[in-house]
Design a protein around this ligand. Structure first.
Ligand SMILES: [Ca+2]
Ligand SMILES: [Ca+2]
Length: 270
């Protein structure tokens, strides 16, 4: 067996989230392997099971968290859906014949999870197929382990929106610092760590003025505004704005004036 050169995808979009089972046009093709069956030696062979394992250069984390569906194809023909575990994708119940003296190329396609925030931007998949992880009936194809190109199959998170990952408090004191953290995320809550967007915080509703709202540039897709202030006693909301990204709006914030009470002879905050 052999790996098909350049059969991987360069990148896989973090919002490529097709539900299982995949069709031959869904998900991304992440690898192809060719199984060759020498002439003679028990004639035809039939692949009944195979398991892909995680390569040493894989940085995509727990595959069960990262992958939504993994399916293997012979051309456009769907052969099976894999069971995805932390470091393996296992196919069983296959029935794919490799003719005597012939070969067959199998394609692995996958889609990524749409669960919130589980994908690491710019991480890579690497797949290994060891000879011991193919079950053949009728003819054995034994060979050394092969692996996919670890520089390919990069998870690509591209931000579409800003999000208050740490929202402002629900109550603040007039003219006193409060904080909020903003992230650039895709629709599924994954952080686009490449984003260096320039973010400005401003008032969304209310009548007063916000200060300390930047602009600040994101670092690794996030930034914290720690010296925000509001100058008016009322309910207000704030928004985080950056060019090309959907605006984030906070929940209601109550700005109050600190009250002082005379407790005995000591002035204390209440
Ligand atoms: Ca043979
Ligand atoms: Ca990115």
């Amino acid at each position: 067996m052999s790996a098909v050169t350049s059969s991987e995808s360069v990148t896989i979009s973090s919002v490529l989230n097709d539900a299982p089972p995949l069709s031959s046009s869904q998900g991304a093709r992440v690898w192809q392997v060719t199984l060759s069956n020498p002439s003679g030696n028990a004639g035809d062979g039939t692949v009944t099971a195979l398991t892909f394992t995680k390569g040493g250069s894989d940085t995509a984390g727990n595959w069960a968290n990262a992958i939504r569906s993994a399916d293997v194809f012979d051309g456009a023909t769907h052969l099976g859906s894999g069971i995805i575990a932390a470091g393996t994708i296992s196919f069983s119940g296959l029935n794919s014949t490799v003719l005597d003296g012939g070969s067959k190329t199998l394609s692995l396609r996958l889609s990524l999870t749409n669960a919130p925030g589980l994908l690491a931007d710019n991480s890579h998949f690497q797949f290994v197929l060891a000879s011991g992880n193919i079950t053949m009936a009728g003819n054995s194809i034994t060979n050394a382990s092969i692996n996919s190109d670890a520089t390919q199959n990069k998870i690509d998170v591209a931000a579409s929106r800003l999000v208050f990952s740490t929202p402002p408090p629900v109550s603040v004191e007039v003219n006193s610092n409060f904080a909020a953290t903003v992230q650039a995320q895709d629709a599924n809550g994954n952080i686009d760590t490449d984003s260096v967007a320039s973010v400005t915080i401003s008032r969304a509703t209310g009548t007063g003025a916000v200060s300390g709202g930047g602009p600040l540039s994101l670092t690794n897709g996030a930034c914290t505004f720690s010296t925000l202030q509001y100058n008016t006693r009322e309910i207000f909301t704030i928004q985080a704005i950056a060019s090309g990204l959907t605006t984030a709006t906070s929940g209601n914030i109550a700005a109050a004036i600190k009250l002082w009470a005379n407790v005995g002879t000591t002035w204390a905050t209440s």
